[in-house]
Design a protein around this ligand. Structure first.
Ligand SMILES: NC(=[NH2+])NCCC[C@H](N)C(=O)O
Ligand SMILES: [Mn+2]
Ligand SMILES: [Mn+2]
Length: 300
């Protein structure tokens, strides 16, 4: 892409959407793994950074409902949305550092306030499309796409300024662990989902080309949400919900390089780096390198 915009870093140290402690350390972890130097070395300018105060309204209890910590997720999302919206208003590229994947609710809310035809690329082992009714865990990080598509009770439009995302402009890449309710939704809504099987069969080049064909037409912005558990756990084990049979190191980088070349991506999330489980910071380092590839880093 050779990104011409400045990057605005938005740190979201929030982990209550997942079942295991440590994801709230993600932003710190990714920064300690060298994000700022990496961006500098490829000539990407930083406009600034901000941090969402995730625990301002933390009650300390899981709550009574079907979704754990829903009130905290909603408050965090509202704040993330404001930070992201502010970054877009300032003509910056928002780079959101999670946190668990529920932070993407906030990213998408802030983005849809500006991009009325937003495309979304979702790298993930999971499809994160459970509703309050279908969630097997009660963990909000398994729900952001259901919220964004308006399929859950909690909807993106509950956040001021936000609109729902368009199901025809959403592409999931890397899925290999899909719950029954999610499978039904993907099928009934006809959502583009390139599973690991599809990637094996077609190769990453074709998958990305098809993804770009889907999100590249008729959109005014494209968000890339990268869940580190899309990578194989043998490559990146420092995540809370690892699933075997994931993306290789090169597949993931190749995809980021191709998306960079397309020049279409206008914002990114890096989520699910678990600072406790990622004891050697390997997963955080991969996150840094993948962000760099998306922002224009070339081998030669
Ligand atoms: N962003 C993630 N890592 N999501 C994992 C979701 C796992 C499972 N599908 C659930 O709903 O609980
Ligand atoms: Mn996810
Ligand atoms: Mn996942």
């Amino acid at each position: 892409m050779d990104i011409d915009k400045k990057v605005q870093l938005i740190k979201v140290p929030f982990g209550l959407g997942g079942g295991r402690a440590g994801t709230e350390l993600g932003p710190e972890s990714v920064i300690k793994a060298g994000l700022l130097n990496q961006l500098k070395s490829i000539g990407v300018e930083l406009a600034g950074d901000s941090e969402v105060d995730c625990y301002k309204h933390f009650s300390g209890i899981g709550g009574e409902g079907k979704v754990k910590h829903l009130a905290e997720v909603q408050e965090m999302s509202r704040q993330v949305s404001e930070h992201v919206s502010q970054a877009v208003s300032s003509n910056c590229f928002p780079l959101v550092l999670g946190g668990d994947h529920s932070v993407a609710i906030g990213s998408l809310a802030g983005l849809t306030a500006h991009y009325r035809n937003l495309g979304v690329i979702w790298f993930d082992a999971h499809s994160d499309m459970n509703t309050e009714e279908t969630t097997p865990s009660g963990n909000a990080h398994g729900m952001p796409l259901a919220v964004a598509l308006g399929k859950a009770e909690y909807k993106l439009t509950d956040i001021p300024g936000a609109t729902l995302i368009n199901k025809d402009k959403l592409v999931i890449i890397g899925a290999r662990d899909i719950d029954p309710g999610e499978r039904e939704l993907i099928r009934s809504e006809g959502i583009a989902c390139f599973t690991m099987h599809d990637i094996d069969k077609l190769g990453m080049k074709t998958v990305v080309e098809q993804a770009i064909a889907i999100v590249g037409e008729g959109t005014d912005g494209v968000h890339l949400s990268f869940d580190l558990d899309s990578l194989d756990p043998l490559v990146a084990g420092g995540v809370g919900t690892p699933v075997p049979g994931g993306l290789s190191y090169r597949e993931a980088h190749f995809a980021m390089e191709l998306f960079a070349e397309s020049g279409k991506i206008t914002s990114m999330d890096i989520v699910e780096v678990n600072g406790v489980l990622d004891y050697d910071r390997r997963t955080a380092r991969h996150a840094v390198e993948l962000a760099a590839s998306l922002l224009g880093k070339r081998i030669l």
